[in-house]
Design a protein around this ligand. Structure first.
Ligand code: GLP
Length: 239
């Protein structure tokens, strides 16, 4: 794993450069995208670069990691809404080629079809990840099998509490989500994980320097041949 440590602003700039390089070589790349507060700086950079003509998403296909069960894309806390507002509506991407798991159709067939569609598109070139305080990637909570593909999960109490800040009350935070599985993520050709802030320091240390274990889902990334981890000094402080 390659670890890059810089200010949050520079992390966004450096990660965005990866996308500039990828899309100049492969304009029809397949991107695996993530939500949460962490990728917002990167998305702002991508919007800026797109508006400046330095990058184009016109031929890109994208697959998002996850979605809350029970929220449709018009709900302001759905991940579809997040992506539209923070990236898709602001760049030249063809929205018909942007995919987010359905929060309304949670059948196994639909989940399996998501993985199949990713493969049929040629596989993900760069999968972007944040990390939950408990080491989750996407919504793969601790103890998710490394062999998992897209599936529905029950969110842990700690994840619901962490994400409660975006809702009016804890009751409103969905109890379940649909997420790409660990295997789905690991099939990406390259992976970029970004973690910012002191609150992520301990889980970052476990992810990079701890044992590879299903108790820390992100630790599986140690087994992937092409992972870049972008950290600010606070998130890197325990390494
Ligand atoms: C959510 C998402 C994850 C994300 C995590 C961290 O639970 N499902 O994909 O990585 O939150 O969020 P944040 O970046 O806001 O810390």
């Amino acid at each position: 794993m390659k670890v890059i440590i810089d200010t949050p602003e520079q992390v966004a700039v450096l990660a965005a450069q990866r996308y500039v390089r990828l899309l100049s070589q492969k304009p029809d790349a397949v991107l695996g995208l993530a939500t949460g507060s962490t990728p917002l700086g990167l998305y702002a950079q991508l919007v800026r670069l797109n508006q400046a003509g330095a990058i184009s998403f016109r031929q890109v296909t994208s697959y998002n990691l996850d979605e809350y069960v029970g929220l449709d894309g018009t709900h302001d806390q759905s991940y579809r809404y997040f992506m539209n507002h923070n990236l898709f509506d602001l760049v030249d991407i063809d929205k018909a080629r942007t995919f987010v798991p359905s929060g309304l159709d949670t059948s196994q067939e639909t989940a399996a079809a998501y993985d199949k569609a990713i493969q049929a598109a040629g596989g993900i070139d760069i999968q972007l990840l944040g990390i939950g305080n408990n080491g989750h990637i996407g919504f793969n909570e601790p103890n998710t099998p490394f062999g998992s593909t897209t599936h529905m999960v029950e969110l842990t109490a700690s994840t619901r509490e962490a994400n409660c800040r975006f809702f009016h009350s804890l009751d409103e935070v969905p109890t379940h989500a649909v997420t790409m599985g660990i295997k789905t993520v690991m099939q990406a050709k390259s992976i970029i994980l970004i973690a910012l802030g002191q609150a992520k320091a301990e889980i970052v240390k476990k992810t990079i320097q701890g044992p590879v274990t299903e108790l820390v889902p992100a630790s599986v990334l140690q087994l992937h041949p092409d992972v870049e981890i972008y950290l600010d000094p606070a998130a890197a402080s325990l390494l």
